[in-house]
Write a protein that binds this ligand. Structure first.
Ligand SMILES: Cc1ncc(COP(=O)(O)O)c(C=O)c1O
Length: 235
């Protein structure tokens, strides 16, 4: 019986050549291909900035730290997602508060207001299976209640909402390049998209132990960089 692979990752000669070239000529960590991939991804999505990280989970985690989520701060999201969505809130010391989903498998915006408490700090809609959540209404509720919005775009590369790409509407969009996603980097990888320069700079610090300039560490950060070879294969 023939097996039809539902999602075989692509690895072609062009990607192989790019990876070998990067391994031979660039720094393994934060090489030129990382900068170029970030520029190209920002251009593709339509944001001013894109900062690469080591996974989609780390993108969500660092985005919430950059958004100053306080300890036990509540983030409204959905349970109907991959576990990484809720885990990222716990990693950031927050509390996930779950809303039901609608027929499109995305957050039921009618429920959001009833979930807002004094501790609510943000909303994290998931554009699941490439279905964009009703982001206009989510932003509307967030603005009225002074909440951040972080889009989980791990499954929505290229998905459009009213003609614009997901990951462009909110404070930050968080993408995954894991092997089963719409776009991969031949290994783990992630990206944070934003139009806010300060947030982009903070994600850059957070992914690299708070280091800037070299050997000066201004905040507590993480080892969460995208490897140069993965960035080179993705371009
Ligand atoms: C909806 C969703 N959010 C977050 C993630 C986490 O991404 P990663 O596996 O790159 O950490 C995934 C995929 O694994 C996902 O499907």
């Amino acid at each position: 019986m023939d097996v039809i692979p539902p999602a075989s990752p692509v690895f072609n000669k062009e990607m192989e050549d790019a990876a070998i070239n990067a391994l031979r000529k660039e720094r393994f960590i934060l090489g030129e291909s990382v900068d170029k991939f970030e520029e190209e991804f920002a251009c593709y999505v339509g944001t001013d900035f894109a900062v690469s990280v080591s996974s989609g989970t780390n993108a969500l985690h660092l985005a919430q730290i950059a958004a100053d989520l306080p300890i036990a701060g509540e983030v409204i999201t959905v349970a109907s997602s991959y576990i990484a969505t809720a885990n990222s809130i716990l990693h950031a010391n927050g509390t996930p508060i779950f809303c039901d989903i609608n027929d499109e498998y995305t957050i039921d915006v009618k429920q959001i207001k009833s979930k807002i408490s004094k501790r609510t700090k943000g909303i994290m809609p998931v554009h699941l299976y490439g279905h964009p959540a009703d982001i206009d209404e989510i932003i509307n509720i967030a603005n009225k209640n002074n909440l951040f919005v972080i889009e989980d775009c791990a499954q929505s590369h290229g998905a459009l909402y009213k003609g614009k790409m997901t990951g462009t509407f909110s404070d930050m969009g968080c993408f995954s390049f894991y092997s089963t996603k719409n776009m991969t980097v031949c290994g783990d990888g992630g990206m944070v998209t934003t139009n806010n320069e300060k947030l982009a700079e903070k994600i850059k610090l957070l992914r690299n132990h708070g280091q800037h300039p070299k050997d000066v560490h201004t905040i507590v950060g993480y080892t969460a960089r995208l490897n140069t070879v993965n960035a080179s294969a993705a371009r």
